[in-house]
Design a protein around this ligand. Structure first.
Ligand code: PGA
Length: 247
């Protein structure tokens, strides 16, 4: 399994920010893990051009469940692929919260991604209230079961565990909490997709930064990270890539 360092730029960055891509590739031209950046849709084609001939993969942050049609403002998985993306983040908690995305919608989008040859990075994670109520594994299990696309394989699916309360807050779960969820994810995914689950990358996301990356990457069944804020600067993301390469 090749581990994966994925960056989610969210609604940040314009063409001037592409200097971060060249800086990242100058400092990490051949890391021992896979590197992925998911910029806003407006930057996908430009970033793909900036990354041409390099190991850096490009991804979208969402796609529509349909391949084309009368869906003003939406983008299909095939369009992402045409623009240079090979991955798409789906079901991020910000989309679940801001756009009312349900597990069924996330699964439909993930199936569209697979049909377009785009790898789906499906996000799951509990809120703080759910964790406090002892519902973490039940919530994550239900999200996983509801969101994982039919026919998913290790090559076409990545699962990201992102506790909602750890995103953009500087707070992270304990190592034991991350270990518990990731072991649970591997087991539940095995029940869902069989042996393919063994090679499916399970990412941790939520306030990953250079100072905590190494200890998180040492946790069993953590096969990489989905990084928000710290992916915007090449120096920070590069340090996370280096930590994953060394793990
Ligand atoms: P963060 O975001 O690293 O800024 O906490 C993670 C994410 O939402 O993917």
């Amino acid at each position: 399994m090749q581990k994966l360092a994925a960056g989610n730029w969210k609604m940040n960055g314009n063409s001037a920010a592409l200097t971060e891509v060249s800086a990242l590739l100058d400092s990490h031209p051949a890391p021992a893990c896979e590197m992925l950046l998911c910029p806003p849709a407006t930057l996908i084609a430009q970033m793909a051009w900036a990354a041409r001939g390099s190991v850096l993969k490009i991804g979208g942050q969402d796609c529509h469940a349909k391949a084309s049609g009368a869906h003003t403002g939406d983008i299909s998985a095939a369009m992402l692929q045409d623009a240079g993306a090979s991955y798409v983040i789906l079901g991020h908690s910000e989309r679940r919260a801001d756009h009312g995305e349900t597990d069924a919608m996330v699964r439909a989008k993930a199936e569209a991604a697979l049909a377009a040859g785009v790898t789906a990075v499906v996000c799951v994670g509990e809120t703080e209230a759910q964790r406090d109520a002892g519902e973490t594994l039940a919530v994550i299990g239900a999200q996983l079961e509801g969101s994982v696309p039919a026919g998913a394989t290790a090559a076409t699916l990545v699962v990201a565990y992102e506790p909602v309360w750890a995103i953009g807050t500087g707070r992270t779960p304990t190592i034991a909490q991350i270990a518990e969820v990731h072991a649970f994810l591997r087991a539940r995914l095995t029940a869902l997709i069989g042996a393919e689950a063994e090679g499916t990358r399970l990412l941790y996301g939520g306030s990953v930064k250079p100072s905590n990356a190494a200890e998180i990457f040492a946790v069993p069944h953590v096969d990489g990270a989905l990084v928000g804020g710290a992916s915007l600067k090449a120096a920070d993301f590069g340090a996370i890539v280096a930590a994953l390469s060394a793990a």
